[in-house]
Design a binder for this molecule. Structure first.
Ligand code: FAD
Length: 497
């Protein structure tokens, strides 16, 4: 088996909701700003440490966050809300920008230039949940030290020090790891590093992709997950010849039923996108100019392409923190329900954390912005206040595609819960559709496409309460509205008991 085929097969196997959850969640409408609280530093998590200065004149930092992404932005906000940021908090980032809402990179950021693309500083955290836009000036004003473009390369747990790429030695009192994930790549030997081959994880990646799209004619998207679906929809906006290739039978196999996927695939096809399903890739081929020119498939055939976007999943960015304690089942850094690692004073949040998913009694990693925000807030509140309760996350995924101006139809969906058991689908895709997952008579998960805000608000209540549903009644519903009414009534009946 070639390395590309092996990689795609592994991705396919790993794409289980039971393990690393890498579907994407909607922006939370319920994440209100936390009230300002008096700070009661929790002694049990703090390590022996003396703050010598509040101006970082020395190499001691009381709190250090490694990683300047989504979770870091929300963590910084929580530090500020507790009055514990000024002169105490340092964020060490690999990127050149203050934390931003990463999901924008495959949505508004990729709109063609005449369709008002999103650009920084427009989408710095915490705008995604209706919060303040925390630009680099905001961090300065809050007395938060930001070290940009200087990734941490080493940790000495005994001495409580971090080493950065530029050679800085940072002493920390409490460490919060929020290094997220890195995009999985095709190996160099099969063309994974050719010019014109793109991965998308940060602004620099997105800028490089846009530079290619500006000259592109034939685009191939590898992967039928979220990145693939969102990038293919963006390529339609650029009016490019677009083909999506993936090894599974249908789009978003981890979540969508075959029936739901078919409806999405038809929508993409109506927009000119071609699909090659159940297909493996042998290698990417270069043209005489050294740029990518074609994709060679496992069956020996080739497809011409001048721009290739690979969206085959991501891996937790655990290096250089492996000594902190890794989870061998779901990857990432193992934490408890308050995001504490096995080492006192070291925490992990966001994509990189392997945490107890209390609702379903299993350990999970969740690669979604909603979890990044909530885990950051939960962890920092537990660290700085008397909060002791366990994180209780309800899995929640979403996507929005074809959102640019002039698009024939914007589509968006949300899913809450667990996609286990049998499915019941109600409604036509246009204008809306819903799928219920039921197990032993109980509702376990629910997906809604193009719902109203009120309908979307019902979904988390259903998924959390898991009411018993009358299957026959649900199946007989003649519209999405009627099906949701059946579910709402079941919820109310159970609440009344
Ligand atoms: C293109 C794209 C689109 C997405 N769309 C959606 C979506 O629609 N909905 C959704 O729910 N989720 C989406 N996600 C996932 C979501 O963005 C992540 O779950 C979220 O960003 C996780 O936050 P985080 O802080 O854990 O990691 P990140 O936001 O990835 O931040 C990690 C940061 O750490 C830095 N870093 C890594 N290693 C080091 C080091 N050694 N030293 C210093 N810094 C380091 C990285 O450069 C990065 O800046 C998307 C992700 C991507 C890449």
């Amino acid at each position: 088996m070639s390395s590309a085929r092996r990689l795609m097969a592994t991705m396919s196997n790993n794409w289980s909701l039971k393990n690393g959850l890498s579907l994407w969640c909607p922006q939370s409408t319920s994440l209100n700003r936390l009230p300002r609280q008096s700070s009661v530093p929790s002694r049990s998590f703090r390590r022996s440490y003396t703050v010598l200065s509040s101006s970082f004149a020395n190499e001691n930092r009381e709190y250090v966050i490694v990683g300047g992404g989504n979770a870091a932005g929300y963590a910084a906000r929580t530090f500020v809300e507790h009055g514990m940021a000024n002169g105490k908090l340092c964020i060490v980032s690999k990127e050149a920008y203050a934390p931003y809402e990463r999901p924008a990179l495959t949505k508004g950021y990729l709109f063609p230039s005449d369709k008002k693309p999103a650009r920084l500083p427009g989408f710095h955290t915490c705008v995604g949940s209706g919060g303040e836009r925390q630009t680099s000036e905001w961090y300065k004003e809050q007395g938060i030290e930001m070290l940009y473009e200087d990734p941490v390369t080493g940790i000495d747990i005994e001495k409580q020090t971090l080493t950065t790429n530029s050679g800085k030695l940072l002493k920390y009192g409490t460490l919060i790891i929020s290094t997220g994930c890195t995009a999985s790549r095709f190996p160099e030997k099969i063309g994974g590093k050719l010019l014109g081959v793109h991965y998308i994880r940060d602004v620099a990646d997105a800028d490089s992709l846009i530079a290619s799209l500006e000259k592109a004619r034939k685009v191939v998207v590898v992967g039928g997950g979220y990145i693939g679906m969102e990038v293919a929809a963006a390529a339609v906006g650029w009016k490019l010849d677009t083909t999506v290739i993936f090894p599974e039978d249908h789009l978003l196999q981890r979540l969508f039923t075959p029936s739901l996927a078919r409806k999405y695939e038809e929508l993409y096809q109506e927009n000119g996108v071609k699909f090659m399903k159940g297909v493996s890739i042998e290698n990417l081929e270069a043209g005489s100019d050294g740029r990518v020119a074609a994709v060679k498939l496992g069956n020996g055939s080739t497809i011409d392409a001048d721009t290739i976007i690979i969206g085959i999943g991501a891996k937790p960015a655990v290096s250089p923190f492996e000594s902190v304690g890794l989870n061998t089942t779901v990857g990432g850094i193992q934490v408890d329900g308050q995001f504490r690692t096995s080492i006192p004073g070291i925490f992990a949040i966001g994509d990189v954390a392997a945490f107890p998913l209390k609702m379903y009694n299993r350990i999970a990693r969740v690669e979604h912005v909603d979890h990044a925000r909530r885990s950051a807030q939960h962890c920092i509140k537990a660290l700085l206040s008397s909060q002791t309760h366990t994180y209780d996350y309800l899995p929640y995924f979403y996507s929005r595609v074809f959102e640019y101006e002039g698009s024939p139809r914007k589509v968006w969906w949300q899913f809450f819960g667990d996609n286990v058991g049998e499915t019941i689908e109600i409604g036509n895709f246009d204008p809306k559709i819903t799928t219920f997952w039921m197990d032993a008579g109980k509702l376990k998960g629910v997906l809604l496409e193009s719902g109203s805000p009120e309908e979307f608000q019902l979904l988390p209540k259903l998924a959390r309460s898991q009411p018993f549903l009358d299957k026959a009644k649900l199946k007989n519903a003649t519209s999405v509205e009627e099906a949701l009414e059946v579910a709402r009534a079941a919820l109310q009946d159970e609440a009344a008991v």
